[in-house]
Design a protein around this ligand. Structure first.
Ligand code: 5GP
Ligand code: MN
Ligand code: MN
Length: 325
């Protein structure tokens, strides 16, 4: 069970001298915050630590404030045969992108910290809590087991993962709120952490949003009559803005009251799409995404798809009907 594997992970990390922590591609605050929190704790104990992710090549600007000790390295600096590997918030090897081969290459144990039900159980020590709102909570459990003193820089990383994965605590349970209080007591400034992560965008965002939202479509009969709203962010739309702006379009699209399911199609390159899915409460979009080769959580999931945007929407509507029935 979880406390056994957490204890095992803590024991391995207590003996480690060189630790590599990996986040999923297109990293968010949960995967990177969790990695940096554990990384910071180890770094302080004199362990050689590096944190990396497979794609993109640069660290998203809004996440840089979490790396207070400069632990993030470019993917090319990750050894082919890491001594001890920790993989965080990553449901499958494919989600590591170009760094996936480091798991097979690892000389020592591969510790997996996650909260995805769909986790494929790659690696050797599985610290997976499917009921945790964020991997950051699993990381905190590990830090507590390691007797790490929770200070502001570490708490900030945990808080960042927790606040984003819970949509600003909208779907957080009582335990997560109690944990949030504990994190804030270390001096974390909630507003300072959340504003760049969840609210602030360069002015160009407004123009991009207006173009993209102007073309959004609502199909009230999709998803067995529960409704689907979708928007398309083409390469042209994304040209003048950061990845953070593209990723946040789904938060606006999902506010459509007439739709149970919201989708944003993000063009990665011509005819190649990364799709974000959100549901309000009734449709399990993880199942929908899994049917199309992706994964995620019940109310937030995603997949990648090849074709033009109409092909993606048709495939999505087909999958929604299948999962409905
Ligand atoms: P987002 O829409 O924020 O990119 O992703 C929402 C959730 O879906 C995340 O938990 C993420 O793990 C999962 N997800 C997004 N895209 C993919 C994908 O292409 N494949 C898989 N397996 N999961 C995805
Ligand atoms: Mn994540
Ligand atoms: Mn997560």
């Amino acid at each position: 069970d979880l406390s056994t594997t957490i204890a095992e992970a803590a024991r391995l990390l207590a003996e480690a001298r060189d630790v590599t922590l990996l986040s999923h591609i297109n990293p968010d605050a949960d995967t990177l915050g969790s990695a940096l929190a554990v990384g910071l704790a180890l770094h302080r104990r004199g362990v050689r630590v590096r944190v990396a992710f497979g794609d993109p090549e640069v660290v998203p600007e809004s996440l840089r404030a979490l790396d207070t000790a400069g632990l993030l390295v470019h993917r090319d600096e990750v050894p082919a045969d890491p001594e001890l590997l920790v993989v965080l918030d990553t449901a499958s090897l494919q989600r590591l992108g170009p760094l996936a081969d480091r798991v097979a290459g690892a000389r020592g144990p591969v510790i997996v910290l996650d909260h995805h039900v769909s986790n494929t159980r790659y690696g050797t020590v599985h610290c997976i809590d499917e009921h945790a709102e964020a991997t950051a909570l699993v990381a905190l459990k590990l830090l507590d087991e390691m007797d790490v003193e929770l200070d502001e820089p570490i708490a900030r990383c945990i808080y960042a993962g927790l606040v984003t994965d819970t949509g600003g605590f909208r779907n957080a349970g009582p335990a997560a709120h109690l944990t949030a209080a504990r994190l804030l007591q270390t001096g974390v400034d909630a507003y300072q952490v959340t504003r760049p992560l969840m609210d602030a965008h360069p002015f160009a965002y407004l123009g991009m949003l207006s173009r993209v939202l102007g073309r959004a479509e609502l199909d009230a009969s999709a998803a067995g009559g529960l409704g689907l709203v979708h928007a398309v962010v083409g390469l042209d739309d994304a040209a003048g803005v950061r990845s953070e702006e593209v990723e946040s379009v789904i938060d606006v699209v999902r506010s459509t009251a007439e739709a149970e399911v919201a989708a944003v199609l993000k063009e990665l390159r011509p005819r190649r799409w990364s799709v974000s899915l959100r549901a309000v409460s009734r449709v399990d979009v993880r199942e929908v995404a899994q049917y199309l080769g992706g994964g995620g959580h019940r109310l937030a999931a995603g997949f990648t798809f090849e074709g033009d945007s109409a092909d993606v929407v048709a495939a999505l509507k087909g999958a929604l009907e299948r999962v409905e029935s």
